[in-house]
Design a protein around this ligand. Structure first.
Ligand code: MIC
Ligand code: SF4
Length: 650
């Protein structure tokens, strides 16, 4: 990885470890971001560390996920977040200011810095040449306390861009092409670093779309060099000082390289129910469409919306389509209000939605039964939209806008309604930070407000001498965090672990929480057995905290995704890798399993020994791999990261 931009930035931030792919390293974190759905828990955890103020360069708390406010819970969360931000020295971005990743790009990101965010799409910041990584809230809480972030030093894959996008083809199609090639699994501990002539043809928001959906491949982050385009973007955001020119060395050594000729790309779509299920739009044309939604942190920039509105100009959406637009930030909303874009949307029949996550997380706009929904966001997991039977296709704003007129999936190259809009913008962005609240320098008079929805940070149980219990759930491949811990209507319980825990695996096996809690109450362990890519998707640590609360002590899977694996360790759940498909098949639901002397086995795993899991029902012993860093081993031994760090901070 020598000479890569990834290496350069990591080197400047290295606290310990060797910068060699696969080695555990610790890096200093400059900036942090949280959003409300993961933030309440992160700040409760930060509070429990007993520090007066955050210790990193910049901490921002965004409210963008839970803005529906049905019931008092969301508003309680917002009040808590605002007051704790003032008390602890965190900038607070109020509801209405926009989606964290879009706003952070506009107002805070800085070239060459590190950013840790309690949201899996934090890598959007890679568009400004930042190492921007998604993690669980606890890791962010610790970064705010000045504790270095531990990660496995990634391998660096070069994605070399040549050529230039044709009209109608967009940054969304670039990242969908990347997903088509790399898929949604097998890319952990990897950085996608973009290089080549083609980079210069892409604006910062286009780069942001590409970095944003790298998260769907499971990479640690994605990274663009910071160049003249970056400088221009930052200056027009009135933040020229955030610029620093950075790029890889000419002779940089990459672990792998993949080339994309931008001029050869065509409009693509991710088909139900995975962002990796990519097909050309031309193969889908004619499919009747019930709903079209433009927005989310992937595609809601000013130019995204102007482009879509140009397609709609002077036209009306089909009678059979429900069409919504959610601008990514208040800046975008102000700009489209001033230049006529908003009017074009309204005239075309759009429903104007709040500048927030909204539909993307299934908070509202659930489609009708069996509907086809075209969206510009980044995830189309089954049921995430709030309608289990719906089929969600992820497309560019261009394809979305065109299809809203025709009422069916439309290939831009196979229609005679519009020609490719030529859209550019070189003026200044509207920089009104009126919905940002900066913390006072003296917070002694600030009271933290806790409504009844604000619970306590979770307590992990300690490690017993023997883990004995049952397989309480057996699931297949690609279980996402949306399967484990549903969001949407349940999102408002994020600050209340006992209530939220009742919904663990709600849409997979609604009786899971009772079964697991019953085992816990009998003093027995609960084990989850899964296939490949367990825990893909979101960074929500609730997908570990709530199972922990229900007594889950180990997840045994053929593979576990990076952020989720880290969250499991943070909350004292053993992430075990099952050795083979055959072993996976043999272990059955309700089997009685025993892990003898787990403490000794955890220690021995650091020397490469497998963990022995005795299956008393099947009469066989399985050898599973515990791939953890020494630090993670320590947290498992101490009963989770909070216990471990409290001891270390003493
Ligand atoms: C998502 O897109 O799944 C979310 C909602 O933004 C999550 C965070 C969360 O669950 O709160 C993410 O991507 O990490
Ligand atoms: Fe919000 Fe959707 Fe982006 Fe997650 S992916 S941060 S829910 S807009």
């Amino acid at each position: 990885m020598k000479g890569t931009l990834t290496y350069k930035i990591l080197k400047e931030h290295l606290v310990s470890g060797q910068l060699e792919a696969g080695c555990p390293v610790e890096i200093r974190i400059d900036q942090t971001l949280t959003q409300d759905a993961t933030g309440t828990m992160a700040y409760l955890q930060f509070e429990s560390l007993g520090l007066d103020r955050v210790r990193n360069e910049l901490a921002v708390s965004y409210v963008d996920h839970n803005t529906i406010q049905v019931g008092f819970e969301n508003a309680d969360d917002h009040r808590y977040l605002q007051s704790v931000a003032a008390k602890k020295g965190v900038v607070f971005s109020r509801a209405g200011n926009g989606i964290c990743h879009q706003v952070h790009l506009e107002r805070f990101g800085q070239c060459g810095k590190t950013l840790l965010g309690s949201d899996s799409h934090t890598p959007t910041g890679g568009a400004l040449g930042m190492i921007a990584i998604g993690s669980g809230g606890l890791d962010v809480a610790l970064a705010m306390a000045g504790v270095p972030f531990s990660l496995v030093c990634p391998r660096v894959v070069e994605i070399r861009l040549t050529g230039k996008l044709r009209g109608f083809v967009t940054a969304k199609d670039v990242i969908l092409a990347v997903l088509q090639h790399f898929g949604v699994k097998g890319n952990v501990n990897t950085v996608f670093e973009y290089t080549g002539e083609g980079v210069r043809t892409l604006s910062v928001p286009e780069r942001a779309t590409i970095c944003n959906m790298g998260a769907e491949c499971g990479v640690t982050c994605s990274l663009f060099p910071s160049d003249e385009i970056t400088k221009d973007f930052l200056e027009r955001q009135h933040r020229g000082e955030a610029f620093r020119a950075m790029s890889a060395a000419e002779d940089a050594l990459y672990d792998d390289s993949f080339e994309i000729d931008l001029s050869s790309l065509e409009p693509l779509a991710a088909c139900p129910h995975s962002p990796g299920n990519v097909r050309p739009v031309r193969e889908l044309r004619g499919l009747k469409t019930d709903q079209v939604l433009i927005g989310s942190c992937t595609n809601s920039s000013y130019l995204d919306l102007v482009t879509a509105s140009r397609i709609l100009e002077g036209r009306r959406i089909a009678d059979t389509v429900s069409f919504g637009v959610a601008p990514g930030s208040r800046q975008v909303l102000m700009m489209i209000t001033e230049d006529g874009t908003l009017e074009r949307f309204i005239k075309a029949g759009a429903r104007i939605l709040e500048s927030a996550c909204g539909f993307c997380i299934g908070n509202h706009q659930s489609p009708s039964t069996d509907a086809v929904s075209l969206r510009t966001n980044n995830r189309n997991f089954e049921g995430r939209s709030g309608t289990k039977s719906a089929n969600v296709y992820l497309v560019s704003p261009v394809v979305a806008a065109l299809s809203s007129i025709t009422g069916e999936i439309t290939d831009p190259f196979d229609q005679n309604i519009v020609s490719a809009p030529e859209v550019s913008f070189s003026g200044d962005f509207i920089c009104d930070d009126g919905l940002l609240i900066f913390p006072p320098s003296d917070a002694s008079g600030v009271e933290i407000v806790r409504g009844p929805n604000i619970g306590q940070p979770p307590q992990c149980p300690s490690l017993p001498d023997m883990l004995r219990g049952e397989v309480s759930l057996k699931v297949g491949d690609k279980i996402t965090t949306d399967h484990i811990m549903p969001a949407g209507a349940r999102l408002k319980y994020r600050s209340n672990i006992p209530v939220y825990s009742q919904f663990v695996f709600e849409n997979v096996d609604a009786s899971f929480h009772q079964r697991s809690a019953a085992l816990r109450d009998e003093g027995r362990a609960s084990f989850i057995v899964a296939g490949y890519s367990y825990g893909q998707g979101s960074s929500r640590e609730h997908a570990a905290i709530c199972p922990m609360y229900l007594g889950v002590r180990a997840v045994m899977a053929l593979s576990i995704e990076r952020i989720h694996q880290a969250n499991l360790c943070n909350f004292g759940i053993l992430p075990l890798t099952i050795a083979s498909q055959q072993d996976y098949e043999e272990i059955k639901m309700s089997d009685e399993l025993v892990i003898d002397n787990p403490a000794l086995q955890i220690k021995r795993s650091l020397e490469g020994h497998p963990v022995e899991v005795r299956d008393l029902t099947g009469g066989k012993t399985y050898f599973m791999k515990l791939s953890v860093t020494p630090l993670q081993a320590e947290m498992l031994l101490k009963g989770g990261r909070l216990n471990q760090i409290r001891e270390a901070l003493k």
